[in-house]
Design a protein around this ligand. Structure first.
Ligand code: PMP
Length: 375
């Protein structure tokens, strides 16, 4: 199997697993919120994990709110982060976990603006500026750091500056960016940021919302008052420790990973581009190291992949629902529905090798009947 779907989920790094294992054994039992030595030990381990998460994004440990993943983090930011009567602005290429909050925000009477993107998926800060000027009382702007389908990296500092000019809080879904990009909330002017363990070689089932003053969303669940009342519920010590270890690794590896994985992505593109006439690359010049999204006009990507079961890549159909609808991201970039269905997303990662990239390109080209044996 050639696994090129790291944007959907990354494998657990063995070092992360090692860090987690002691906390899954019976002798480590202890509710981290309990007032006894077993509880204090677990709470200490969680505090260290908080510090690692904070260090990755330029925040303070006390600003980390652990959640079950980025979907929950995004819902907390949006559904809890817009005060009554105030407005919210997001981009058209956000993940379903952001866009899915909009009907509820509208139902509650919040004015909502959805920003268009250009043909490469970029949000123009000037477009944000005028959208904010058009809302009576804008309160929250949410634009992702990097897109999960085409890899386009947004100009977050400029977007945050526009939000600040209008007195709005800036949140970013940074799920895809953190593995290969440096992202400092303080330097960028971000008040909220969402991340996810299983996109960072950490465990599934954990993520975080980072909230910096003055951003303080209204909690979705009440109960035990854990995490400063922002997210009730007993913290899962092994998952928190795993997320902390994944963030520590990302901090030490992201530059090297970006260089190596980016070179593999370019190699894959070269090998496809040379041999498949008409193939096009989607996204902006500044794209994620691990993302290559291509359109091969005339193909049915979903059908093609059925014939290549050993090649794990994603199609341009909505990956979140499997309903076969064309991707809202590709449509927002201006692709036709037919071209969206003719699109493939390769997600390269830490474990990807040159041999895998070459083999993936060869298999695809052979399957499409355009193999050039002299190549
Ligand atoms: N945002 C983006 C950009 C994503 O790619 C994903 C995962 N597909 C999510 C949010 C949701 O993350 P999680 O799986 O942790 O809920």
């Amino acid at each position: 199997m050639i696994y090129l779907d790291h944007l959907a989920s990354t494998p657990l790094d063995p070092q992360v697993l090692e860090a987690m294992l002691p906390w899954m054994r019976i002798d480590a039992a202890g509710n981290p919120h309990a007032a006894h030595p077993a509880g204090w030990r677990a709470a200490d381990a969680i505090d260290q994990a908080r510090a690692e998460v904070a260090a990755l994004v330029g925040a303070q440990p006390g600003e980390i709110v652990f959640t079950s993943g980025a979907t929950e983090a995004n819902a907390l930011a949006l559904l809890g982060g817009v005060p009554a009567g105030r407005g919210c602005v997001v981009s058209a290429v956000e993940h379903a976990s952001i866009l899915g909050c909009l009907p509820e925000l509208r139902r509650r009477g919040h004015p909502v603006a959805v920003l268009p993107v250009d043909g490469s998926g970029l949000v123009d800060p000037a477009v944000l500026d005028s959208a904010l000027a058009g809302l009576p009382e804008p309160s929250l702007v949410s634009v992702m750091a990097a897109n999960n389908e085409v890899g386009t990296v947004q100009p977050l500092a400029e977007l945050a500056a526009a939000a600040a000019r209008h007195g709005a809080t800036m949140h970013s879904d940074a799920v895809q960016a953190l593995g290969t990009r440096t992202l400092d909330m303080a330097a960028l002017g971000l008040h909220g940021l969402s991340l996810s363990g299983h996109k960072l070689y950490g465990p599934m089932g954990i993520g975080a919302l980072i909230v910096r003053p003055p951003f303080r969303p209204v909690p979705a669940s009440t109960g035990g008052g854990q995490q400063r009342g922002l997210r009730a519920g007993t913290l899962p010590t092994p998952l928190c420790v795993g997320l902390g270890a994944a963030c520590r690794l990302a901090r030490t590896r992201r530059e090297e990973d970006a260089r190596r994985i980016g070179a593999l992505r370019d190699r894959l593109w070269q090998r496809l581009h040379q041999r498949l006439p008409g193939i096009r690359r989607n996204g902006a010049a500044d794209r994620l190291a691990g993302c290559l999204n291509v359109t091969i006009p005339g193909i049915d990507a979903a059908d093609l992949l059925l014939d290549l079961p050993e090649l794990v890549v994603a199609t341009g159909s909505a990956c979140h629902s499997g309903d076969g609808e064309p991707s809202h991201v590709l449509l927002a970039l201006g692709l036709s529905a037919a071209d969206a269905h003719a699109s493939l997303r390769f997600g390269l990662g830490r474990g990807t090798t040159v041999a895998e990239v070459d083999e993936a390109a060869d298999r695809l080209v052979t399957m499409l009947g355009s193999a050039n044996p002299g190549e």
